[in-house]
Write a protein that binds this ligand. Structure first.
Ligand SMILES: [Zn+2]
Length: 115
């Protein structure tokens, strides 16, 4: 499962932050997932507690922030957010577009416990 390996990598990344800050555990974390990142937010939310088990992130509240797909059209120059995350210009319908946002998958925030 793709999302589980992503969740494991994210837990490792967050563990490194906790280690650096000397925090015993995390209370909550926010992850940004782009609509065109190839990551299924529901599958990720399901995989996260599995990946976090036994780590300093066990029991932490997961918040998922969505990033809509935004494309710049090479045909008409418009920057639009096409519906349903289909990479296509919402202004003229051209498929010749360059994604500008929506591919994100990153750790945005980490709320740590003081003790
Ligand atoms: Zn266009």
């Amino acid at each position: 499962m793709h999302e589980l390996s992503l969740a494991v990598a994210l837990v490792e990344q967050a563990e490194a932050v906790l280690e650096r800050e000397g925090a015993p555990r995390a209370l909550a974390l926010t992850v940004r997932i782009g609509d065109w990142s190839g990551v299924d937010p529901d599958a990720f939310a399901f995989a996260f507690p599995v990946a976090a088990e036994g780590s300093r992130l066990a029991g932490a509240r997961l918040e998922i922030e969505r990033e809509p797909l935004r494309v710049r059209c090479r045909a008409c120059g418009a920057v639009t957010e096409p519906p349903d995350a289909i990479p296509c210009c919402a202004a003229c319908g051209a498929a010749d577009v360059e994604p500008q946002a929506g591919q994100a998958f990153d750790l945005r925030a980490l709320e740590v416990a003081a003790c």
